[in-house]
Each structure stands twice: as structure tokens, then as C-alpha cells.
Design a protein around this ligand. Structure first.
Ligand code: S3P
Length: 165
């Protein structure tokens, strides 16, 4: 397979998209891009503040702008937010890897501090509902599904490198 222009990580909150995208970028000497981080930097506000002050729809609009920008990039490992899969041009961005894990596993991974950064994970019942609604979307949009449960970064990195070669 010819190497895609970018490697894009998708999946629910807490699955390790930015950790793995950063590790892969270092390994391949690619650029590391993170949608949430770039949006935070633009407004000089945390995601939770953007949600509280400007609302979710404003944030989704920023994600769509970020998606257009990512389509114009190459040589990047891209970490997306959990809801980023709703942009229309995901497929044009590069090779999409879905980091899959059960809701229980993801919940266990997120400590108080990590939960406080994620407005849509504060209510566990709502988060579980969102997880169930998104499951099939992640699968549909992915070029490759990687089960991340109980795997080390090294194991995940090796698995990713095999499929993108
Ligand atoms: C969201 C996930 C978050 C962040 C925002 C909304 C979502 O990113 O983009 O809080 O809709 O699932 P992570 O997946 O990195 O937590």
C-alpha cells in the first residue's frame, strides 16, 4: 500500500488518539497535529471553556474548519476529538485508524482531571449513550480498526506501522 498523506486517529474520548498520534509522528518524523489543541490555541481557551461560553455548535464549526485545513496537509499524524467523525471530508484527510475500546475501559482510563476537560463525559449516562450512537460511525469511517485495550504504546505503534506500510 502506498503511504497515505496523513494518518488520522479517530475514536471515543480516552482511547489514546493524541498519545498514539504523537508517538507515531516522532517515529516517522511526521508533523503532529491535534484538532482540540489547535482549537484551544486559537481561542486561548480550554475546550471546557469553549463549550461553556460559546456552545457545542460553535466548537463543531471550528472542527469543520480544522477538517478543511487537515485536508490540505500532508506528512502529519492527526489526533482528532471524539466527535470529529461528523465532518464530511474525513476520508480526504488520509488513512483513518479507529482506536477501539469498550466504554468501561475508557471510563477507567479517565481520571478526575481528564474527565473535567471533557464536557461530554461529565454525565456518565449521556456519555454511554453517545458512545453507543457513535460506535458504528467509527467503524464505518475507519480504514483500519485497532483494538487498544490492555495494549502498550509500543504494541500499538508496531501494529499501526504494519498497516500503514
Ligand atoms: C469530544 C471529545 C473531546 C473534545 C470535546 C468533544 C466528543 O476530545 O473534542 O470535548 O464529542 O467526543 P477527546 O476525544 O480527545 O476527548
Amino acid at each position: 500500500m502506498m503511504r497515505a498523506k496523513n494518518i488520522v486517529f479517530i475514536g471515543f474520548m480516552g482511547c489514546g488518539k493524541s498519545t498514539l498520534a504523537r508517538a507515531l509522528a516522532k517515529d516517522l518524523d511526521f508533523v503532529f497535529l491535534c484538532s482540540d489543541f489547535l482549537i484551544e490555541e486559537k481561542f486561548n481557551q480550554k475546550i471546557s471553556e469553549i463549550f461553556a461560553e460559546k456552545g457545542e455548535e460553535f466548537f463543531r464549526e471550528q472542527e469543520r474548519k480544522m477538517a478543511d485545513f487537515f485536508c490540505s496537509c500532508s506528512g502529519a499524524c492527526i489526533a482528532t476529538g471524539g466527535g470529529f467523525i461528523n465532518v464530511s471530508n474525513l476520508k480526504k484527510m488520509g488513512f483513518c485508524i479507529y482506536l477501539k475500546a469498550s466504554f468501561e475501559y475508557l471510563k477507567r482510563r479517565l481520571n478526575e482531571n481528564e474527565l473535567s476537560k471533557r464536557p461530554l463525559f461529565r454525565d456518565e449516562i449521556k456519555a454511554k449513550k453517545l458512545y453507543n450512537e457513535r460506535l458504528s460511525k467509527y467503524e464505518q469511517k475507519a480504514d483500519f480498526v485497532l483494538n487498544v485495550e490492555n495494549k502498550s504504546i509500543k504494541e500499538l505503534l508496531d501494529a499501526v506501522k504494519k498497516v500503514i506500510k
